[in-house]
Design a protein around this ligand. Structure first.
Ligand SMILES: [Zn+2]
Length: 100
């Protein structure tokens, strides 16, 4: 396996998404290629730093309600609201059948 080929696979490798055979080839290459080993370490460190630096995204208060309201505004003409037969008072949305 050549270095360029292997570097194009590093992201998948670190994500553990590389097929086993390819991952083994890559492991073997790393054993005898200091340059690629260095590359992997650097990439791993960068990823670790990014994970720490970036806060998980959280919706702001009211986001869910505003989004739901906008969805309803947009899709209301093609939706009908009626109480869900099994769960009583909860509302469900069903697409109206288009008369064709
Ligand atoms: Zn290499």
């Amino acid at each position: 396996m050549r270095c360029e080929e292997m570097r194009s696979l590093l992201d998948l490798y670190l994500d553990g998404e590389l097929p086993e055979e390819a991952a083994r080839k890559l492991d073997r290459h790393l054993l005898r290629c200091p340059a690629c080993t260095y590359e992997v370490r650097t990439l791993e460190q960068t990823r670790a730093m990014l994970r720490e630096a970036i806060e998980p995204a959280r919706p702001t208060p009211g986001f869910r309600e505003r989004t739901l309201a906008r969805l309803l505004d947009t899709f209301e003409p093609s939706l009908q609201m009626r109480p869900h037969p099994q769960v009583g008072r909860q509302w469900s949305l069903e697409l109206l059948q288009e008369d064709s």
